[in-house]
Write a protein that binds this ligand. Structure first.
Ligand code: ATP
Ligand code: MG
Length: 558
């Protein structure tokens, strides 16, 4: 169970305290939570917080967590999203067992409860238009006004409601409303809409229904049907709680779930609105829901973020009732924490500059030993080929270096990782004056990277052999948005970062990387964590995250 515990760890939080108290007071014998996504988009990192909380608490208290699709809005919902959501919850490390549900499974029961309210004089059919209803609802400062249809008889409402179901009326021509209190301070209690007419095909119920319950009328009742004990949702539903409770109190439901709210996750430089994410995909600002720049679980996975890093991040963020904005560098920290322990080290050169080692035998080559993970001796070693011609990183050479630059420059000696000390002897340029090759010498006494005479060098460079290395494309990602609060100035799409994707072609990799698998993270030494892209047939790697945050990198010139 020890490794399971890291999955279940939800950190200390007020919801857990409530659950513990409920169990101690024997208010419940078993904890039942649920994660209720609407299948109208892919899950994102904010949902991960809700998933880890709901599934995590259920695991911790030996209860269960249901996966319930909140599919009450047929026009926006699709099977593709249902499949993606199941895949992503599993990938994140959670399992609902046999407890997979759909709000649409309860349409018949929810409908029966609507008739129950009508018969009890607590609901009525309103023939007003949507605009009229909105207008009569009042505002935060003015009370609402009663609809002229509010006092129609239960029999008339029942008849109209049945005919609504039978498909006699066009979309939006009537609604069913609860009869609560048009002067309530809480607008949600001003005769909320329970059912609307929508002649639309539903992914699961097809054309069986042309009226659909609202979120408010479906959600708490679905919780009750499933015997949910703690219905945990985000703070925007706090004002809906009195309505949630009103339905539970006024209907003959089989259980009395209670709703608790926590603050949603907000991340800087990141948009978590499904509406905006959908538009990013639809308008082609990204390549799809799993574009590695997207905050979706599918995008993060494709970028190489391990599920364990998401769980770790969510745990560090914690669960509170105060809204806050989390720094994305905190997420990067969690990613590096996990990858540092698991990623195999490899060498790759993103922007190759050829180096010819003039005193190395022309046809010679040799195998050197390289360590796969310095933090994990069990990961072993591998052989890397060294030869007369190698590639180093273009950025690791400067012809006229400033004082603090210790890497290659004319006359300067540096270490090649796992190989030798080399000294730059000559710089070859093309007709445009661009450096195209370096001529160097090596010291055969320094094999393995140390000089027997104890002399030191100030830089160690990564490299690959020219002959054996393989070409690849490498994609570097930056924030999708260029301001920490995208959309704060108006148009969120105007804040898209035009430099969020940089594609490097002609990169050179150690040949072993030809067999890399998408799910296996690698660290390219000195460059960052990468993983093979799933969406490409040729060899493409995505950068998951740099080795340290880029602010620190700009401060450091060595
Ligand atoms: P919308 O309702 O606008 O389509 P949503 O993000 O609320 O979008 P849902 O599918 O309804 O999407 O969300 C499922 C669950 O995930 C809800 O319980 C919701 O409270 C929770 N959730 C959504 N976004 C976040 C977030 N940023 N942080 C934490 N929980 C979230
Ligand atoms: Mg929602």
């Amino acid at each position: 169970m020890a490794s399971e515990n890291s999955v279940t760890e939800t950190g200390n939080n007020f919801v857990r305290d409530i659950i513990r108290a409920d169990l101690e007071a024997k208010r419940h014998s078993e904890i039942v939570t649920r994660f209720p996504p609407e299948p109208n988009g892919y899950l994102h990192i904010g949902h991960a917080k809700s998933i880890c909380l709901n599934f995590g608490l259920a695991q911790e208290f030996q209860g269960r967590c249901h996966l319930r699709f909140d599919d009450t809005n047929p026009t926006k919902e699709e099977q593709e999203y249902i499949d993606a959501i199941e895949r992503d919850v599993r990938w994140l490390g959670f399992d609902w067992g046999s407890h997979l549900y759909y709000a649409s499974d309860y349409f018949e029961q929810i409908y029966a409860w609507a008739e129950y309210l009508i018969q009890a004089g607590k609901a009525y059919v309103d023939d007003s238009s949507i605009e009229e209803i909105r207008e009569m609802r009042g505002s935060l400062t003015e009370p609402g006004r009663n609809s002229p249809f509010r006092d129609r008889s239960a029999d008339e409402s029942l008849d109209l409601f049945r005919r609504m179901r039978a498909g006699e009326f066009p979309n939006a021509s009537r609604v069913l409303r609860a009869k609560i209190d048009m002067s309530a301070g809480n607008i949600n209690l001003r005769d909320p809409v329970l059912y609307r007419i929508l002649h639309a095909e539903h992914p699961r119920t097809g054309t069986r229904w042309c009226i659909y319950p609202t979120y408010d009328f479906a959600h708490g009742q679905s919780d009750a049907i499933e015997g949910i004990t703690h219905s945990i949702c985000t703070l925007e539903f706090e004002d809906h709680r009195p309505l949630y409770d009103w339905f539970i109190e006024n209907l003959p439901v089989p259980a009395r779930p209670r709703q608790y709210e926590f603050a949603r996750l907000n991340l800087d430089y990141t948009v978590l609105s499904k509406r905006v994410l959908t538009e990013l995909v639809r308008q082609g600002h990204v390549s799809g829901w799993n574009d590695p720049r997207m905050p979706t679980l599918a995008g993060l996975r494709r970028r190489g973020v391990p599920a364990a890093a998401l769980r770790d991040f969510v745990r560090r963020v914690g669960v509170a009732r105060a809204n806050s904005q989390v720094d994305v560098s905190m997420f990067d920290f969690s990613i590096r924490e996990v990858l540092n322990k698991t990623a195999l080290r490899r060498m790759a050169v993103l922007r190759p500059l050829k180096v010819v080692i003039e005193n190395y035998p022309a046809d010679g080559s040799e195998d050197l030993e390289a360590i796969n993970n310095p933090d994990d001796p069990a990961a072993g070693t591998r052989r890397i080929r060294f030869g007369r011609e190698i590639y180093v990183e273009r950025d690791d050479f400067m012809e006229n270096p400033p004082k603090q630059f210790f890497r290659l420059s004319p006359g300067r000696e540096v270490r090649l990782r796992y190989a030798y000390f080399i000294t730059c002897r000559e710089v070859i340029k093309d007709a445009q004056g661009e450096v195209v090759e370096l001529r160097c010498s090596y010291d055969p006494e320094t094999r393995g990277g140390n000089a027997p005479d104890g002399r030191k060098v100030k830089a160690t460079l990564h490299w690959v052999a020219a002959a054996e290395s393989i070409p690849a494309e490498i994609r570097l990602y930056d924030h999708l948005f260029c301001r920490p609060d995208p959309g704060a100035a108006g148009d969120v799409f105007a804040d898209l970062n035009p430099a969020s994707l940089e594609v490097l072609s002609g990169c050179r990799l150690e040949p072993i990387l030809a067999e890399a698998k998408a799910e296996e993270p690698v660290q390219f030494e000195r460059l960052g964590y990468f993983c093979r892209d799933t969406g490409s047939e040729s060899l493409v790697f995505n950068r998951t995250v740099g080795l340290r945050d880029s602010y620190a990198k700009t401060q450091q010139t060595v």
